[in-house]
Design a protein around this ligand. Sequence first.
Ligand SMILES: [Zn+2]
Length: 98
Amino acid sequence: MATLNCPACSKLNQTEAACTRCGCDLARLRAVMAAAKEALAEGRVSLQTGDWAAALSWSEESWRLRHTVEAARLAFLAAGAMGDTRTAATWHRHGAEA
Ligand SMILES: [Zn+2]
């Protein structure tokens, strides 16, 4: 299970379902993180098979769940592959902000 910081108090937690300091629900956060990671994995498969539209859609889904550089980069590559420079530029910006 991934190590993460409590979003409420920033305490670094290991495997607890709730923050040991403030009791914040971390299980829910982990589920969102896992879903974002899965969407990213699907997007990478789509990119490898040349399905740019699906790759872009999956990376947007991943980004919606969690703002990561990886999701923005995947969307950037997918949009670029489709020749959509405007969308690619937008994702390039998102990647810098993530
Ligand atoms: Zn906490």
